[in-house]
Design a binder for this molecule. Structure first.
Ligand code: GDP
Length: 472
């Protein structure tokens, strides 16, 4: 086992039409790994190039949606982000959104000022606009590096690659190709001919065909691995993306691939929203006009962290940013489109709409009270005693006798594992069973099996308490 230097994983973000796809194409065409340039390549979500005898990995799904999706599941995939800004267009709304995503995640980034071949290019203007949005470039009062490029003429592309490698060297990116396997699903789907596929980006260890792996905790076997040219790959080492075929179901983007069933549990943030975990209340504020934005920002309590604020309706990007930063969205006199509302539900993000300022402030006071008194909103539903333990297919299941009330699963349900009056753990539950059947609830004096997520150190004789978290 030895740590070795690994290729940087690079993602591209920026406003639509500023040249993200063109840049990815320009980079790919010049230097595809394995000399496959010109050959037919399939989009697999990422590709590698060789440059100056070194390898670089590029995520091929531009935009911050995929990036936030992965990050919201706790998967840190990207080492370096390239923020693309068109020299003839300057900083635009999605540039600002990208900056918010980048800065809230703390990821390393480089600015690529693209389209410098355009007659309307104004590089100085782009740089000063960036400074207005807290991106301070070298020579402009900060240390963020920028390169001037043209995806069309290829001018500056090599400078960009040099800068990425320099940044990677400073970060000293390492992984152990012989260590414990860890990878992240960056793309997945189903093909009529080949069945399910998933592109896995290996982060540590190596993937080989026929290997048994756990994808978000469920056991799978690697059948076939291919690169972007659909060539069979005998081994995938750190930072290498491979398309894997034959998983029994389509994994979600951000799913963790590991050699044991447990790794992903440590990485994924909590499923149910447990406001108690986070003392600081984070919000994203959307308002109708600049005037109310200023008024609200001025009247919010100082203990609130405003992750972002803007004018206009709530967007999908707001929801993704809220999820990745653990914020709630406050919508003041603005619409929440239906699709955005649906997305917020699947992503467990709270959006609250208000028309009156004091109602918003009252609600915030309530939330702050609960944050300061973490158990104020917990209502006990029931208790169970652990009377048995079963090992089934790698899962350790607790056999329980419900002694009071009920044990339930679902949204905003919290469990505490109690031993000798002390809380040992606040486990998450994957399923509640009676025999083989999944159930939603079991009342006293019934018996049920609890399948926990991850490793939970329960013992026979422990008590499980089940709580409902009341919404605030
Ligand atoms: P994306 O939406 O950010 O992926 O942008 P695209 O890569 O699709 O580019 C949008 C448009 O800008 C396309 O018509 C490109 O051909 C054009 N474009 C991209 N980069 C350059 C550039 O460096 N110079 C010029 N002149 N046009 C570019």
């Amino acid at each position: 086992m030895a740590m070795q230097s690994r290729p940087p994983v690079v993602a591209i973000m920026g406003h639509v039409d500023h040249g993200k796809t063109s840049l990815l194409d320009a980079i790919r065409k010049t230097n595809v790994a394995g000399g496959e340039a010109g050959g037919i390549t399939q989009h697999i979500g990422a590709y590698q190039i060789e440059y100056n005898k070194r390898t670089l990995t590029f995520l091929d799904t531009p935009g911050h949606a995929a990036f936030s999706k992965m990050r919201s599941r706790g998967a840190k995939v990207t080492d370096i982000v390239i923020l693309v800004v068109a020299a003839d267009d300057g900083v635009k709304p999605q540039t600002i959104e990208s900056i918010q995503h980048i800065q809230s995640s703390g990821v390393e980034y480089i600015v690529a000022i693209n389209k410098i071949d355009m007659p309307g290019a104004n590089i100085i203007n782009v740089k000063s606009q960036l400074a207005e949005h807290n991106v301070f470039l070298e020579g402009f009062g900060g240390n963020v590096s920028a390169v001037e490029v043209s995806a069309k003429t290829k001018q500056g592309i090599n400078d960009l690659l040099d800068l990425i490698l320099l940044t990677a060297d400073v970060k000293d990116l390492q992984a152990d190709p012989d260590g414990d396997l860890k990878g992240v699903v960056i793309e997945s789907g189903k093909d009529a001919h080949t069945g399910t596929y998933a592109t896995v980006l290996v982060q540590n260890g190596s993937l080989v065909p026929r290997q048994e792996v756990f994808v978000d905790g469920s056991k799978e076997r690697i059948r076939l691995m291919q690169d972007a040219a659909l060539k069979t790959v005998p081994k995938a080492t750190p930072s290498m993306p491979v398309r894997v075929q034959g998983f029994s179901s389509i994994p979600v983007i951000g799913a963790i691939v590991a050699s044991t069933s447990q790794i992903h549990e440590m990485e994924t943030p909590s499923e149910a929203v447990t406001p108690a975990g986070d003392k600081m209340l984070k919000v994203i504020l959307k308002t109708d006009v600049v005037g109310s934005q200023e008024a609200l920002v001025g009247s919010l309590p100082a203990t609130i962290e405003i992750i972002a604020s803007g004018v206009g309706e709530v967007t999908e990007s707001d929801v993704l940013l809220a999820q990745t930063t653990g914020s709630r969205i406050l919508a003041f006199n603005v619409k929440v489109p239906k699709s955005v509302d649906e997305l917020s539900q699947t992503h467990n993000v709270k959006i609250k709409a208000y028309k009156i300022i004091y109602e918003m402030l009252e609600d915030i006071d309530k939330v702050l009270f609960v944050l300061a008194n973490p158990h104020a909103n917990e209502e006990v539903l029931g208790k169970a005693e652990i009377t048995a333990q079963f090992d089934i297919k790698g899962d350790r299941i607790a056999g329980c006798k419900v002694t009071e009330g009920e044990i339930k699963r679902g949204q905003n349900i919290l469990y505490k594992l109690i031993r000798a009056g002390e809380i040992i753990a606040t486990p998450k539950i994957r399923s509640l069973k009676t025999g083989k059947a999944d159930i939603e609830t079991m009342k006293a004096p019934g018996e049920c099996g609890l399948v926990f997520r991850g490793t939970v150190p329960f013992k026979i004789g422990d008590t499980i308490e089940c709580y409902q978290l009341k919404e605030v």
